[in-house]
Design a protein around this ligand. Sequence first.
Ligand SMILES: [Zn+2]
Length: 266
Amino acid sequence: MKLFLLALDGLDPLLVKKWSPLLPHLRQKKWGPYQSTKEKLTPYLWASIITGLPPEEALPAVHFVVPVNPIFRWVKRNLKFLRGRGLGKLVKRRWVNKSDLAAPAIFDSFKSIVIDFPAYNWHMDFEILDKYPYSKVIGDKKRSEILFSTVRKHDREKIRMAEELLKREDNWEMFAVWIHSTDMVNHLFGKNLARVLRTYVTVDSFAKRIQRLLPDDCVMVIMSDHGGFKGVHRELGFVSVNREMELPKKIIEFYDFFLKILREPA
Ligand SMILES: [Zn+2]
């Protein structure tokens, strides 16, 4: 069977439940919460989901979202010094990607189309997050709006890209696209539940647009890596599937869940 994975960062299962009448396309046939982990940083969680390793093992040489190596550690310690001498621009930062994973991602074992996925080929939000890091933006209204609207624009582009590919490309086994605004809205505007709801309704329409275009022999999994409420991450993630099948209960079970779907005859 083909597998389409709609990855919605930080989508909270308890909020989906609370607003479920307004989110019919996120719910699908089977849906509910699963247990994510104490490790609540996005790249580790998605790295775990796509490799089957525990989050703390999936990205061994990584600190936060940039790789750790002795040179990088030295550079980080001396960044102020380097910047003071105009050398800061020589320090190339990058997002972690598939070369940092401790085991191959499931995408590499099947014919896959992967659009902007954390710890794999994440790139679209790098520039804006580098310029407007959370720590400097939270509480600053103007910068929050700039950051959020940029991330939302990227999300819309990704869904359009997925639609275009689904219309003209059939030669894939796994298709994945990652959406960031569901986590971002919680970090920036988490206390404003009406605004969080608006974002959830928007991603529900994303799910609808994808579902219209999927071939019959395709399982659609919609999931998050963790939840989020009032600005902080929650240890529960969301999962739904468009078939009658048992849902994973822990983050570590997703890899086998995907394998089972992909190995099932169409
Ligand atoms: Zn996340």
